[in-house]
Design a protein around this ligand. Structure first.
Ligand code: NAI
Length: 475
């Protein structure tokens, strides 16, 4: 088996944590039981690009339990938990000397070159084949396949790309080496039945590609299952934003001024958590609806320029770029904490910060750095501007990820087994499946659901068994 992880001797520790996580992931375990016999993913070759954590290990082993062959990478250079990666490679039946699990290419603290190398490895199936399914988080695996196929069609790889020039240089170098006249990426793309996408940012990319007519295979937008974005993005971040701040800095949050940029699902969770710790939370927003929600929830809403000099903690949650500029950082208080929990690192202008003449970067510990300005003032930047809850802590806890990942497994089964029903496009799972995911998590929390009477169901115009809400309902 080919793989590359940090240290296989961590596998036993990883396995013990996987066993604890399985108990906290009732949705995934119920799906394993429901489909154990039918093996709906037999024949599926799933390439996954999603934070290689303990929770993801339970997802991977669920896909395998349903018959899939799997190869995996992390979708962020800092988010791998090395013991989880080791345990997945070794597998429940293997040993570090004789691993019998799943090929993983991921370790905590990859360089960007290594990150894209890993992505390419996981897309290269032994025997020259590619995968026939992608499970993506943020869209990097989907992007590599699409760009490879696009440049093969054009007959050349361009010399510069979009977005971050450093990262694009690395992607283009990789493609220059791997684009072939026989159309290696075109062949990979043509075999793929579909992709299931985990997060807001990746979903955004998929809709853009579909609109531009460049999407090469169908996609299920897992993020917009209600049991994903209204749970993982909100309650998951409500938990893990504090975990990131605490593990990175251990600063007392009560009494501090915290700015949360963006009041979408992630911003709502972060703001509630910081408020719960006693911080005075200030929101920035561009959308009048979300700004009004924040105001009604009791938060001051203003612009970053107004409060940049008084805040102690900054968290960006927008999925947009250039939210905190180098100029903003120069105006911050001494030891202000600057962090991002959105998918990509461009929410904070790290490149601009590094260009300030005389600025000095010091590592306090991995993923925590001080940046000292020439006037002696410094700020603390978490996870180099990458998602701080996975870079500085261990991401969301198992129970909330069980909701997200149960959607992922159901979406993989949908696209793999009903390919003909999904022409190229971007779809969300039907509401009855969304309700099913929620239902699978109720018992564990001791929730007793009220059952509709037939007459009540008729009165509100739904089926006794659901779905209970129209498509336009917003929760
Ligand atoms: P969302 O679309 O619900 O919220 C983003 C909010 O930011 C919107 O309300 C938007 O109006 C606002 N916004 C956009 N530009 C802004 C600007 N210049 N200033 C202030 N506000 C601005 O998206 P969601 O679901 O909250 O996700 C946000 C990001 O977090 C995405 O990149 C997503 O992929 C990522 N994410 C990260 C997770 C993690 O564990 N770190 C978990 C889930 C999502």
């Amino acid at each position: 088996m080919d793989f590359k992880v940090a240290d296989l001797s961590l596998a036993a520790f990883g396995r013990r944590e996987i066993q604890l996580a399985e108990h906290e992931m009732p949705g995934l375990m119920a799906v394993r039981e429901e489909y154990a016999k039918a093996q709906p993913l037999a024949g599926a070759k799933i390439m996954g690009s999603l934070h290689m954590t303990i929770q993801t290990a339970v997802l991977i082993e669920t896909l395998v339990a349903l018959g899939a062959e799997v190869r995996w990478v992390s979708c962020n250079i800092f988010s791998t938990q090395d013991h989880a990666a080791a345990a997945v490679v070794v597998g429940p039946e293997g040993t570090p000397e004789d691993p019998k699990g799943v090929p993983v290419f991921a370790w905590k603290g990859e360089t960007l070159e290594e990150y894209w190398w890993c992505t390419e490895q996981a897309l290269a199936w032994p025997g020259g084949d590619g995968p026939n399914m992608i499970l993506d988080d943020g869209g990097d695996a989907t992007l590599l396949v699409h760009k490879g196929a696009e440049y093969e069609k054009a007959g050349a790889v361009p010399s510069t790309g979009e977005d971050d020039p450093e990262e694009w240089g690395i992607i283009l170098d990789l493609l220059r080496r791997t684009v072939t006249d026989e159309g290696r990426w075109t062949r990979i793309a043509s075999r793929i039945k579909g992709v299931t996408e985990e997060t807001t940012t990746g979903v955004h990319r998929l809709y853009e590609m579909f609109k531009a007519g460049t999407l090469l295979f169908p996609a299920i937008n897992v993020n917009d299952s209600v049991t994903k974005s209204k749970f993982d993005n909100k309650y998951g971040c409500r938990h893990s934003v504090l975990d990131g701040l605490n593990r990175a800095t251990d600063v007392l949050i009560g009494g501090k001024v915290a700015v949360v940029a963006g009041y979408g699902d992630v911003g709502k969770g972060c703001a509630e958590a910081l408020k719960g710790q006693g911080a005075r939370v200030i929101i920035t927003e561009i959308d009048p609806i979300c700004a009004l929600q924040a105001a009604m929830d009791g938060f001051q809403v203003t612009t970053l320029d107004e409060v940049v000099g008084i805040a102690d903690i900054f968290v960006t949650t927008t999925g947009n770029f250039n939210i905190i500029t180098a100029d903003h950082m120069a105006q911050m208080k001494h030891n202000a904490i600057v962090s991002n929990i959105g998918h990509f690192d461009n929410e904070i202008d790290m490149a601009g910060l590094a260009r300030i003449p005389g600025i000095e970067k010091t590592e306090v510990k991995p993923q925590v750095h001080t940046w000292r300005f020439p006037d002696g003032k410094q700020i603390i930047v978490l996870a180099e501007g990458r998602l701080m809850n996975l870079g500085c802590a261990t991401g969301h806890p198992s129970f909330v990820m069980s909701n997200s990942f149960t959607n992922q497994v159901i979406a993989q089964i949908e696209l793999f087994t009903k390919t003909g029903e999904y022409p190229i496009g971007v779809y969300v799972l039907p509401k009855h499946l969304d309700e099913k995911v929620a239902r699978l998590h109720l018992d564990a929390l001791g929730v007793k659901l009220t059952k509709l009477t037939k007459a009540q169901a008729e009165y509100i115009g739904v089926d006794v068994e659901g779905p209970y809400k129209p498509e336009h309902y917003r929760y």
